[in-house]
Design a protein around this ligand. Structure first.
Ligand code: KG4
Ligand code: ZN
Length: 334
């Protein structure tokens, strides 16, 4: 049975639409909201307003690029959560209205499941079961992926997400939001062993990033007091050292999970999976551990509707539709 699905993502600060036909993602249109840069983080009300402005042009562009009209669609999919309520509401309401008008099924997608299913957009694809380290601005999770729609969280952060740790590090250094990509850029020119930051170890497979964030703040304050130009003079080394510490904390738990579950199919997903330090170190560790590693293309790591479309495809095949009474769930779990 042939299918053409429109997928919409609006959980945070990217308005995105994608078309998937018979399991192949045809496009992935993304409107990034630059407005948040000046505030040092996503401002929920401004995000909702920007989604309102972007959603129709973004969907129109996705349909045009794929050379289809609305009546060619078999279903409309949307991110139900987790995410910001006002941001999710825009995508959910739009998807419901469109599906209602066209008389076609609606598919709700879990944003965190979709980050993982981005691994199935391109080849090679992981084999089940595999372990995925999902690292984003709001989440840090180790997930045992048993099948496309059967996932179990086996470890997660008890406080901040690792993306938040990257963004807060950048903010302390006076860099704009989102700081993760900038830390990555400066780290490429720095020495990762220049400043040893203490890694905070949690029990079992859980993570904690709030301690390292606080000790980083004190470290910067202390050094800037001694030398007001400390940050400018050492930016690359500071970024490289902090990035390396965060990556080491992530990989320690990933190694532990792989050992405990005796699984050598390993993947990463989510915005922080775009980090070049993480991608490089993971590839090195994989060689030593004899893991087969899977990493989505850069543009499918950060928020995008291509991954929502991929998840929607599997839900369509499984006949998992929702009705018109559906509403967003900002704290939706896997
Ligand atoms: O998955 P995502 O786009 O949105 C959420 O679902 O949260 O992840 C966004 C996070 C932000 O914290 C951003 O700074 C981080 O991913 N990020 C990076 C890089 N690119 C995005 N962190 C480190 N290095 C990068 N290259
Ligand atoms: Zn995300």
């Amino acid at each position: 049975m042939s299918s053409t699905i429109l997928a919409i993502e609006s959980s945070c600060d990217e308005t995105s639409a994608a078309i998937i036909r018979d399991g192949k993602v045809l496009n992935n249109v993304i409107a990034t909201q630059k407005i948040h840069e000046q505030y040092g983080g996503v401002v929920p009300e401004l995000a909702s307003r920007a989604h309102q402005q972007h959603i129709v042009p973004v969907v129109q562009q996705a349909l045009q690029q794929a050379n289809i009209i609305p009546k060619d669609l078999s279903a409309v999919a949307f991110t139900r959560g987790p995410g910001l309520l006002g941001a999710l509401l825009v995508g959910v309401s739009f998807a419901k209205s469109l599906a209602y008008g066209l008389g076609i099924p609606l598919i709700e997608v879990n944003h965190m499941q979709a980050h993982i299913l981005a691994l199935f957009i391109d080849n090679p694809r992981p084999k089940f079961p595999f372990i995925c380290l999902t690292v984003s601005g709001g989440h840090t999770q180790l997930v045992l992926v048993k099948d496309y729609l059967k996932m179990e969280v086996i470890g997660e952060t008890q406080d901040d997400a690792v993306g938040e740790a990257f963004d807060k590090t950048a903010k302390i250094l006076g860099l704009p939001y989102p700081g993760g990509p900038l830390i990555d850029k400066y780290a490429a020119q720095g020495n990762p062993t220049a400043f040893p930051f203490p890694e905070v170890a949690m029990e079992g497979l859980n993570f904690s990033f709030s301690g390292i964030k606080t000790s980083f703040l004190y470290f910067i304050q202390k050094n800037v007091q001694k030398n007001p130009n400390f940050i400018q003079e050492n930016l690359a080394d500071i970024c490289a050292s902090m990035q390396q510490t965060l990556v080491t904390m992530l990989l320690q738990k990933l190694k532990r999970a792989a050992k405990e579950y005796k699984i050598n199919q390993i993947a990463i997903a989510g915005g922080v999976a775009a980090n070049s330090g993480l991608r490089k170190t993971l590839t090195e560790v994989a060689q030593k551990q004899q893991w087969e590693v899977y990493i989505p293309a850069f543009h499918y790591c950060t928020d995008n509707a291509g991954m929502i479309a991929m998840a929607a495809h599997y839900k369509y095949l499984a006949g998992e539709f929702c009705d018109q009474t559906v509403s967003p769930l900002p704290r939706l779990h896997i």
